[in-house]
Structure formats: structure tokens, C-alpha cells
Design a protein around this ligand. Structure first.
Ligand code: UDP
Ligand code: MG
Length: 313
């Protein structure tokens, strides 16, 4: 009998998550058991875990064919693992993207699916509350405030990876070739009819965050530079302002000299401050150019975003 129900694939990047996987399997299992109008697939992307994550997933897949394992050849990072998962689940009618650590509760998935069934092509899970505190929290808030006001494509501040992509959105994603990927930004960029589902973001079920603070900062910088030309524009404005000021100063001193008002030959302090200040601005300018140039270089190299290790026999 041909399968007439739509297939929904749940894509989950995994990096050293052996401590949460059993609970994740159990909660996904409960969800999948419920009779529904969808056929499910769960695609785990093992992003080069150094613990028993891959073995656990393999064992789960052996007992239930709806669970699949895609293995990357090393740790490529969350964004690349996510891209690998989207590509592997490419023939599903819809893909749910979520973290393995149960911060995105699987129980919300039916709500995402029903929003999709009622017409949305992209569904974002939007946090009603957030568990992070301290520096991490401040970082998240600051990033969203800056990103929202400065980039050309505003993203929903309270949504992350968790959500659902329908067929047309998936096909659009498959056409995005960039290496520096920032999923929420790309999801905003592709457009399509978007719906939001509110949920309470949970505490990580076990283990430590796998994305270090440094990585999150890099991720934020990436998001910023790949969606905004503002840093370049600021440099241009600064250049115009500084050269305008320089020109005015020049006129002033020439006029003084012509009128015979003698200028003192002191001014060492002024000179030193001017030279260092302008030197600093120029170096910042070169740095900003470098950020863009480095990204251009990475794109031009055309290296694959991830490499898949063939299944073990
Ligand atoms: N992850 C991954 N590769 C990495 C780091 C993390 O696939 O290099 C996965 C991780 O297993 C989890 C998800 O990405 O499923 C989110 O990671 P984490 O919870 O550490 O990040 P945060 O909650 O701070 O965004
Ligand atoms: Mg997490």
C-alpha cells in the first residue's frame, strides 16, 4: 500500500550527548507512538562525538527503523551538522530542526506540525521564557538587540533553531551554498508563510553546553557580518567626517599664516594624539575589511560544508 501520509523528519545534531540521548529516545518514542496523520523519521547527525553517542543511536536505530544515523567525518560544528541533516532528510515533506539536549521539548513538535498542516511553510518555535542567566543571557539579549536593529533582515529575537520547514522552504535551503551559516538568519532570509508557536525553553537535561561561549561569540559575529554591510558603511562615514575635519583645520591654519598671525611651533601633544588616533581608526578599518575578506576567501575555496562518513558494515 503506498504511503499517503506526509513524512515528517526530525533532524537533531548530536555532539557528545550520551548523557541525554536515553531520555531523548524515550520522549521521542512516546511522541512517535501516538497515532497521527504523519509518518515519522528521526535523523541524528553525529557531529564527530568522542563519547558513546554514535553507539547509542546505532542501537536505537537497530530496534526502530524510523531512527537514522548520519555520521560526519569529524566535528564540523552545529551549523554544518544541521545542514547535513537537512540535506539527508531532503525528501521528507517537512523537517523539524531541534537540539539534542531537550532544551527544545519534543512535546512541542505536534504543535509545529499542526501549524504546518494549517498552511504555514515555515514554523518557528518562539521562547516564552528562557533558562539561561548571567553573561550568556546578556550575550543573547545584546546580540538580538544589535542584530535586529542593524541588519537588513530582522530575525525574531526569541527564536533559535527549533522549528519546522515545509517542502518549499527545504528546497530553498538546499539552494543556499554559503559556508558561514547562521540558521535563524537564513530562515528569515528565505521568507515564505511563517507561523510562530510559543513554548517554554527548558534547562539542558544533562551534561554541559557543547557550544562554548567563544563559539557563540563567533557565531554572533558570523551572523552579523553575513547579514550586514553596516561595519563598512560606518567606516565610510568615519572617513568622510575625519577628512572633512582635516580639511577645515587646514584652511584655518593656512588663513592664519596668510594673515600673519604667527602660530606657535609647539603642538607635540596634539600631533601625537592625532597620529595615534588616526592610526587606530585605520587599523580598525583594515580589521573590518579583513572580516569580510576572510569570509569571501572561505566562500571562494568552495570546500564542502561537511563530510559524511559512509555507514559501517
Ligand atoms: N552540537 C553539535 N556540534 C557542535 C556543538 C553542538 O552538533 O559542535 C549540538 C549539540 O549536541 C546540541 C545542539 O548542537 O544538540 C546545541 O548545542 P548546545 O546545547 O551545546 O548549545 P546551546 O544550547 O548553548 O545553543
Ligand atoms: Mg543547548
Amino acid at each position: 500500500m503506498p504511503e499517503s501520509r506526509p513524512t515528517v523528519a526530525i533532524v537533531i545534531p548530536v555532539f557528545n550527548e550520551e548523557s541525554v540521548l536515553p531520555e531523548l529516545f524515550a520522549r521521542l518514542g512516546a511522541l512517535l507512538k501516538a497515532p497521527g496523520e504523519c509518518a515519522w523519521r528521526v535523523v541524528f547527525v553525529n557531529d564527530g562525538s568522542r563519547d558513546r553517542s554514535a553507539d547509542l543511536i546505532r542501537a536505537q536505530a537497530a530496534g526502530d527503523p524510523r531512527f537514522e544515523l548520519v555520521e560526519l567525518s569529524r566535528n564540523f560544528g552545529f551549523q554544518s551538522a544541521l545542514a547535513a541533516g537537512l540535506a539527508s532528510a531532503g525528501d521528507a515533506d517537512a523537517v523539524v530542526t531541534m537540539d539534542a539536549d531537550l532544551q527544545d521539548p519534543p512535546e512541542v513538535i505536534p504543535e509545529l506540525v499542526s501549524a504546518w498542516r494549517s498552511g504555514a511553510e515555515v514554523v518557528r518555535a518562539v521562547r516564552r521564557s528562557r533558562q539561561e542567566t548571567g553573561v550568556r543571557r546578556m550575550g543573547f539579549d545584546l546580540f538580538h538587540a544589535v542584530f535586529g536593529s542593524l541588519t537588513d533582515i530582522p530575525i525574531e529575537g526569541n527564536s533559535g533553531t527549533f522549528g519546522l520547514l515545509g517542502r518549499p522552504a527545504l528546497e530553498a535551503f538546499a539552494r543556499l551554498p554559503e559556508r558561514h551559516r547562521f540558521f535563524p538568519g537564513l530562515r528569515a532570509w528565505i521568507g515564505f508563510a511563517t507561523a510562530d508557536v510559543a513554548y517554554d525553553r527548558q534547562e539542558r537535561a544533562a551534561g554541559k553546553p557543547k557550544q562554548t561561549f567563544r563559539r557563540l561569540v563567533r557565531y554572533a559575529v558570523d551572523g552579523f557580518f553575513s547579514f550586514s554591510y553596516l561595519p563598512l558603511r560606518v567606516l565610510t562615514y568615519m572617513g568622510i567626517a575625519v577628512s572633512g575635519l582635516g580639511f577645515a583645520l587646514g584652511l584655518y591654519f593656512i588663513a592664519k599664516r596668510l594673515l600673519g598671525i604667527e602660530t606657535a611651533t609647539t603642538g607635540f601633544t596634539t600631533l601625537v594624539s592625532l597620529v595615534t588616533f588616526l592610526g587606530g581608526i585605520q587599523l580598525i578599518g583594515i580589521g573590518v575589511l579583513g572580516e569580510y575578506l576572510g569570509r569571501v576567501y572561505d566562500e571562494v575555496k568552495q570546500r564542502p560544508i561537511y563530510l559524511i562518513r559512509p555507514p559501517r558494515r
